[in-house]
Design a binder for this molecule. Structure first.
Ligand SMILES: Cc1cc2nc3c(=O)[nH]c(=O)nc-3n(C[C@H](O)[C@H](O)[C@H](O)COP(=O)(O)OP(=O)(O)OC[C@H]3O[C@@H](n4cnc5c(N)ncnc54)[C@H](O)[C@@H]3O)c2cc1C
Length: 314
C-alpha cells in the first residue's frame, strides 16, 4: 500500500503541467497498491483545490504565493514528517532541486533523480532515471520511503488534470522568519521566433567564427524559408538571443530538416534536436560527433558549402 505525496508547482496563479503529470502517475500507483494520493499546495493555490481531483487529499501550506526555496523546503519537510508518505514526488525542476535535497538530507530519505518512470515493487519502488540527456537509463530499486524527482514530460498531464473535491487539510506550516526573501520575478525575454514550430532550421555553431558571419547563415535561412537556430556558445557570446538556442538548456526542436553549420554535436546539443526527420551536418572535422546522428554530412568548410548552396538556390 503506497501513500504518495505530490509537491505541486505553480506560477502566476496557475498549476504547472509537471503537477498534473505527477498527480496522474501518483493516482495510478496509489490505486494499484490500495494506497492514497495527497497533493501539497502553497499559498493561495489552496483556493484552487477543485483542480486536484486526482488526489484524495490536499494539504495546504500558508507560505505565500511567491516561491521561496527556504520556506517551501521547510514546509515540505514539515508535511513529510507529519504524514510519513511512502513516496514523495517532486518535479525535476528548478524548484524541485531546491526542495528535494534539503528534505532528503534532513529526514534521511533517499532521493532518486531524473525519474522517467516509477513503479511500486515489493514494498518499495523501482525508478527508471534518464541520464546523460537520455543516452542511458538507470534502474534503481528502493525499499522504504523515497523522494523521486520526476522529469517533465515523462507522464501524461491530462491523466492528472481532473476536477473534483478532495478533502482539504491545513498543515501547521507557517511562513517563518527565514533568511531568504522573494524580491522579484524576472520574466524571460520575449522570444522573437518560436523555433519549436519551424519546419526547417539552419543552425549555427561556434564554427561560424564571428557574429558578423552569422549573416551568411541568415541568407541561407531566408533562401530556404527557414528559421535560424544556434548552439549554446553562440548565445553565451551574445551573438544571438536565447530563444534561438537548441539543446539541453535551450529549446527542444523537431523540424523536418535541420542544417547544422559548424556544430560539433555535443550531447547537450543533440538532446534538443535528435527528433529531427532529416539532419544535415557540415563540419570540417570528420570525427565530429554530429556525424553520428546526421542523415547527410559533408566534411567541408561551411562558408564554401553555403556559398555554393546560395548560388544553386538563386
Ligand atoms: C549543463 C549544460 C547544458 C548545456 N546546454 C547546451 C544547449 O542547450 N545547447 C548547446 O548547443 N550546448 C549546450 N551545452 C554546451 C555543449 O556541451 C557544447 O559545449 C556546445 O554544444 C558546443 O557548441 P558548438 O558545437 O557550437 O561548438 P564546438 O564544440 O566548439 O564546435 C564547433 C565545430 O565547428 C567546426 N568548425 C569550425 N570551423 C568550421 C568551418 N569553417 N566549417 C565547418 N565546420 C567548422 C569544428 O570542427 C567543431 O566541430 C551545455 C553544456 C552544459 C554543461
Amino acid at each position: 500500500m503506497a501513500n504518495i505525496l505530490v509537491v505541486t508547482e505553480h506560477l502566476k496563479g496557475e498549476f504547472q503541467d509537471i503537477t498534473f503529470e505527477m498527480l496522474g502517475k501518483a493516482k495510478e500507483i496509489a490505486q494499484s497498491t490500495g494506497g492514497s494520493c495527497s497533493a501539497m499546495v502553497f499559498g493561495s493555490m489552496s483556493g484552487q483545490t477543485d483542480q486536484m481531483g486526482a488526489a484524495d487529499t490536499v494539504i495546504t501550506a500558508e507560505v505565500g504565493d511567491d516561491y521561496n526555496p527556504e520556506a517551501y523546503a521547510a514546509a515540505v519537510k514539515s508535511v513529510v514528517s507529519a504524514n510519513s508518505p511512502d513516496l514523495i514526488m517532486i518535479g525535476s525542476t528548478s524548484m524541485g532541486i531546491d526542495i528535494a535535497n534539503p528534505v532528503s538530507t534532513a529526514l534521511d530519505i533517499p532521493t532518486v533523480s531524473f525519474c522517467a518512470d516509477i513503479v511500486a515493487a515489493g514494498g518499495g519502488f523501482t525508478c527508471t532515471s534518464q541520464m546523460y540527456g537520455g543516452k542511458m537509463n538507470v534502474v534503481s530499486s528502493v525499499d522504504g520511503a523515497l523522494i523521486s524527482m520526476v522529469l517533465a514530460g515523462s507522464f501524461n498531464a491530462d491523466t492528472g488534470r481532473v476536477s473534483g473535491s478532495p478533502a482539504v487539510e491545513a498543515s501547521a506550516v507557517e511562513a517563518g522568519a527565514g533568511k531568504v526573501r522573494f524580491k522579484q520575478l524576472i520574466e524571460p525575454e520575449a522570444a522573437d521566433v518560436d523555433i519549436t514550430q519551424s519546419d526547417i532550421l539552419v543552425a549555427v555553431g561556434r564554427g561560424i567564427g564571428s557574429k558578423d558571419d552569422i549573416e551568411v547563415a541568415e541568407e541561407l535561412a531566408e533562401a530556404l524559408e527557414a528559421d535560424i537556430a544556434c548552439s549554446r556558445p553562440i548565445v553565451d557570446a551574445g551573438w544571438m538571443s536565447k530563444s534561438h538556442q537548441v539543446g539541453k538548456s535551450g529549446m527542444k526542436v523537431k523540424p523536418k530538416v535541420y542544417i547544422a553549420l559548424g556544430i560539433s554535436g555535443a550531447p547537450e546539443h543533440i538532446e534538443g534536436m535528435k527528433a529531427t526527420s532529416t539532419i544535415i551536418a557540415i563540419n570540417t572535422d570528420k570525427n565530429a560527433p554530429i556525424f553520428d546522428v546526421a542523415h547527410y554530412g559533408m566534411t567541408e568548410d561551411l562558408f564554401d558549402v553555403v556559398e555554393e548552396l546560395l548560388e544553386e538556390l538563386d
